[in-house]
Design a protein around this ligand. Structure first.
Ligand SMILES: NC(=O)c1ccc[n+]([C@@H]2O[C@H](COP(=O)([O-])OP(=O)(O)OC[C@H]3O[C@@H](n4cnc5c(N)ncnc54)[C@H](O)[C@@H]3O)[C@@H](O)[C@H]2O)c1
Length: 440
């Protein structure tokens, strides 16, 4: 054991004298900050975005999964506040990094956010600091990228400070699994780091799963997300094969799902979206490329999933063709632009590609999404149009790209001429209406 005693830190955690700083207050950071504050910790959120910081300090939540009332109460009780002043990191005891990890245009990791967040921490580092990186990234980041920046301060990991990787597993919109009841994997740079970071999380999360290293924890997250990407690609290809063979892919999946072992259903759709599944596997394939290995499953899955919007547009063109219409000049209504149902996040949403591709072919495209009132696409701001009977009567084709629960699908199909349904959202409409629907 080095200069800093783990027992002392644990005792501070137990007494809630351990101040927690969360760097990056987005979909991941804010729910986590709230969870720590709910458990009685004094939490300070750090963000470069002044609007988010002001919003929190005024007790206003901007993340649908974070309840307005809970946030307001925690702020009022002095347990949660936010700032853009990174010098306050000095006053924290634990710091959790939740900044974005996007890709560059060439699909290489864009490490700027981790770099600048870590730099801000390094400038304010002191003995005893406990640091956890949650942003999804390539194996080796915590040890090879974050650690040297922190240690440039002269403080050493495992002796003066502690550093671990603990992947965030949040599933926006999931009512059953949230921060508290989703098990959390923790892998430290060395055993003391694993122990103390796991101890900290165990105060707010029901089950913590320590692993042998930060690299193992980084790779665990990438297996989870690559698993989804590959299986979604597989089922997307099944959808294409079923169409060629004249079989209903949805019926096939439902039947296969009756197998009580060895099968887990995935569903096709217009592609994949969000900040995770389309992006994270590329962090892994990039890392492997630097080691002369080609991650074939990742590349193939990405190719199939990325091509799905094009496939959807082809299906729309075929469906319009049956009515002796071309895509060019047709009025098309896209329903749902969020990347998945019942959320407001449009990052990497395949619906945006569907809109762009339809417009490239000369269609007149409008969209409706109850969660996304406004959208900037191709440099143009668009507004969600009101969903009315008149609108549905007027358009040549409705394309369902997101299966939001609050749509009345029976009513939508009843009032439309033609519906292309990429999500099987219309499965429960009355039989008489089914002939108007083309399913993926
Ligand atoms: N959204 C999800 O569902 C999800 C799930 C699991 C993992 N993740 C991972 O978590 C990480 C964060 O994702 P997110 O969805 O919360 O992103 P987000 O864009 O919603 O939030 C990130 C926040 O970080 C802030 N930020 C950027 N640079 C900063 C800096 N230098 N210092 C302080 N704040 C800074 C941004 O202003 C923003 O508020 C990513 O690595 C992502 O892959 C996301």
């Amino acid at each position: 054991m080095g200069k800093v005693s783990l027992d002392e830190i644990k005792s501070m955690i137990d007494r809630r004298e351990f101040k927690v700083g969360v760097v990056g207050l987005g979909y991941v950071g804010l729910p986590l900050a709230v969870e720590f504050a709910k458990a009685g910790f004094h939490v300070t959120g750090f963000d470069v975005d002044r609007e988010k910081v002001d919003s929190i300090n005024n007790g206003r939540s901007y993340i649908p999964d974070v309840s307005q009332d809970t946030l307001a109460e925690l702020v009022k009780d002095g347990l949660l506040s936010a700032t853009t002043d990174f010098s306050q990191i000095k006053e924290m005891d634990g710091i959790i990094i939740c900044v974005p990890t996007p890709l560059s245009k060439t699909k290489d990791p864009d490490m700027r956010y981790i770099q600048s967040a870590t730099q801000s921490i390094a400038e304010n580092l002191r003995e005893g600091h406990v640091i956890s990186l949650e942003s999804t990234t390539y194996p080796g980041t915590t040890n090879e990228f974050v650690r040297p920046i922190l240690e440039s301060s002269g403080l050493k990991v495992g002796k003066d400070i502690f550093l671990a990787f603990s992947p965030e597993r949040i599933d926006p919109g999931n009512k059953r699994y949230q921060v508290k009841n989703t098990p959390k994997v923790v892998g430290g740079i060395e055993p003391n780091s694993t122990e103390i970071v796991a101890y900290l999380y165990s105060k707010v999360i029901d089950k913590v799963v320590p692993v042998s290293s930060a690299r193992t924890a980084e790779m665990t997250k990438l297996l989870e997300n690559t698993f989804r990407s590959v299986n979604i690609a597989l089922v997307n290809e099944f959808a294409i094969m079923c169409e060629i063979l004249g079989i209903d892919v949805w019926e096939v999946i439902e039947a296969a799902s009756t197998k009580p072992f060895g099968f887990m259903p995935f569903y096709p759709g217009p592609g994949i979206g969000g900040h995770c599944i389309p992006i994270d596997p590329h962090y892994l394939s990039w890392k492997l490329k630097t080691l002369n290995y080609n991650a074939r499953f990742i590349e193939l899955a990405s190719e199939i999933n990325t091509n799905m919007p094009r496939y959807v547009v082809q299906r729309v063109a075929d469906a319009l063709n049956e009515f002796e219409k071309s895509v060019k000049g047709s009025k098309i209504l896209v329903l749902g632009v969020a990347y998945k149902k019942d959320i407001d996040d449009t990052r990497e949403s395949p619906a945006l590609d569907v809109i762009k591709l339809l417009e490239n072919k000369g269609a007149d495209v409008k969209y409706n999404d109850p969660y996304v009132p406004e959208l900037v696409l191709n440099g143009k701001t668009r507004k969600s149009v009101e969903l009315t009977e008149k609108l549905l009567h007027n358009v040549d084709c409705v394309v369902i790209t997101t299966d939001h629960s609050n749509y009345d699908y029976n009513w939508i199909v009843e009032n439309s001429k033609l519906v292309v349904d990429t999500k099987n959202a219309t499965k429960n409409i009355s039989d008489a209406l089914k002939s108007k629907v083309v399913k993926l």
